[in-house]
Design a protein around this ligand. Structure first.
Ligand code: FAD
Length: 235
């Protein structure tokens, strides 16, 4: 089988946007065409064995219409890959392979309901920003993000000013006074009364436990499997 081509990309920005999440902007050599929602793999040295490589997947957070690639990455302190990524400096090169994945927006008569935990919001940013760039805004949409603490909320300004979008932040363990929803995304779904579940397609991204729980809940509400799309970041 032929080896996948490595695409060299230059770091043009690498900055924390919350206490534990950083954005990395890359300018790939040539044109890397992808569909909103897809991911690439970063090829890194394996700290356990310098002769080996480590591959880590990251959703492209920016829209295909943007002239660089943005990633939104959570530092896993004891992880092998992310501590290395935080140290990349502007001008350094990193190898990518891809794009991969089938987690893309599918036009339908139903409205999209995007549900994420943490950096799982990245593909939804890409999808929404692409719709904006193409002037193909959804008539209505919901974006529900679950985070532990309020300082981990991502893209608040962008989401709160996006047209026709209900933006809901579920904070499970607020550190201070929190006037928004207090609980996890599943608690939020359970709190809804007379919600028209079948008016939506569900896009789920983030940790596997959340995705499993949400799918069980949606099944109980009579939502069909064909209305649910998912991308699991970790189990
Ligand atoms: C298709 C796909 C797309 C992804 N896109 C993104 C993305 O856009 N942004 C992003 O931040 N991550 C994303 N991930 C997760 C990413 O690939 C890595 O798993 C993550 O960055 C940890 O890598 P690491 O080498 O630092 O940790 P590893 O050495 O691989 O250790 C992983 C350990 O940390 C846990 N872990 C992994 N991710 C998290 C997390 N976010 N929070 C807490 N614990 C975690 C795992 O369960 C495991 O126990 C994606 C994963 C997949 C499969």
């Amino acid at each position: 089988m032929s080896k996948l081509m490595k695409i060299p990309a230059k770091v043009i920005r690498n900055e924390y946007i919350t206490p534990t999440v950083f954005e990395m902007d890359l300018k790939p050599e040539g044109n890397l065409s992808f569909l909103a929602g897809q991911f690439v793999q970063f090829v890194l040295p394996d700290p356990r064995n310098p002769e080996k490589k480590l591959k880590r997947s990251y959703s492209i957070c920016s829209a295909p219409e943007t002239n660089f690639l943005r990633f939104c990455i959570k530092l896993v302190e004891d992880g092998l890959g992310t501590p290395q990524l935080t140290k990349f400096e502007v001008g350094q090169e990193i190898n990518l392979i891809g794009p991969f994945g089938k987690f893309i927006y599918v036009e339908s008569e139903r409205a999209p309901f995007f549900i994420s935990t943490g950096t799982g919001i990245a593909p939804f940013y890409s999808m929404l920003d692409s719709m904006k760039a193409r002037q193909a805004l959804p008539k209505k949409a919901i974006s529900l993000l679950g985070v532990r603490t309020e300082d981990e909320i991502l893209y608040d300004d962008y989401m709160s000013s996006y047209p026709n979008l209900d933006w809901i932040k579920a904070v499970s363990r607020p550190k201070g006074q929190w006037d928004g929803f207090h609980g996890r995304v599943t608690d939020y779904l359970r709190s809804l009364n007379n919600f028209a579940y079948n008016d939506y397609d569900y896009y789920l991204c983030g940790n596997g436990a959340m995705i499993k729980e949400v799918k069980e809940f949606l099944a109980e509400q009579g939502v069909e499997k064909k209305q649910i799309y998912q991308e699991i970041y970790f189990k």
